[in-house]
Ligand binder design. Structure first.
Ligand code: PEP
Length: 257
């Protein structure tokens, strides 16, 4: 079953609304005729509405970088799923390694967020990935399995489009070190096997599994040609229209499987 590639930019805590408008406008201009894959930008919360205004009806979609698992209430400083939806978001990144390791988010909390996101009709991009010491101790499979299974407790899926997984080895994020395409494929295939055990072949074959970790224009083609790499989650290189658009264009010409 062919999976449509997804290239997603995670702008993290970068860009004021004014800067975000400019970046979104450049990306929109540069990618106006690209339509062979899905494109997503995830600006900071304060820029979501402004970026949505710029993107308008273009094919570039909007996502949040995090959300709370409650719909509303006394949670100072938090943002809910309905707020993201109202701002124009289609996706939300959940369980990013910076949320897990800098802000101490645990699997249980991430699982609640995945549940709420799906019920709010947002598509969660559930991030999983091992730290360097875990890879070196040969624990990559255990860590990825643990995060994936815990993140998906009680998540029933009848449609593969409702979930995206991102494999992001922590040692490759923002470090300039990319997993080799073979390393990425190996873990992606392992993840697909876990999804198959849980959801069966039809759903698991349709779920997109993105790779993330120091993707650049120079390494995207190598990664994207792997059969189970269905796109990329891009941090640093998504902050400049030139590099982000080059990554999108190089992915657009990659054969769909
Ligand atoms: C990320 O934060 O999801 C990421 C992959 O960052 P970078 O591309 O900068 O490694």
């Amino acid at each position: 079953m062919p999976r449509r590639l997804l290239i997603a930019g995670n702008w993290k805590m970068n860009k004021t609304a004014t800067e975000a408008i400019q970046l979104a406008a450049e990306i929109k201009r540069e990618l106006f005729d690209v339509d062979g894959l899905d494109i997503l930008v995830c600006p900071p919360f304060t820029a979501l509405v402004a970026v949505q205004d710029v993107l308008g009806s273009s094919i570039i979609e909007l996502g949040g970088q995090n959300m709370h698992f409650e719909e509303k209430g006394a949670y100072t400083g938090e943002i809910s799923g309905p707020m993201l939806k109202d701002a124009g978001c289609k996706y939300v990144i959940l369980g990013h390694s910076e949320r897990r390791h800098v802000f101490g988010e645990l699997d249980e909390e991430i699982n609640k967020k995945v549940k709420t996101a799906i019920s709010d009709r947002l598509i969660p991009i559930l991030c999983v990935g091992e730290k360097l010491e875990e890879r070196e101790a040969d624990r990559t499979s255990d860590v990825v399995r643990g995060q994936l299974e815990a993140g998906l407790i009680d998540i029933d899926l009848t449609d593969s489009a409702k979930l995206v997984i991102a494999y992001e080895p922590v040692w490759a994020i923002g470090t300039g070190k990319t997993a080799t395409s073979q390393q990425a494929q190996e873990v992606h295939l392992f993840i697909r096997g876990l999804l198959n055990d849980r959801y069966g072949v039809d759903i698991s074959q349709g779920i997109r599994i993105l790779y993330g970790g120091s993707i650049k224009p120079a390494n995207i083609e190598e990664l994207i040609k792997e059969p189970d790499v269905d796109g990329g989650l891009i941090g640093g290189a998504s902050l400049e229209a030139g590099s982000f658009c080059e990554i999108v264009k190089k992915s657009n010409t990659a054969p769909n499987i």
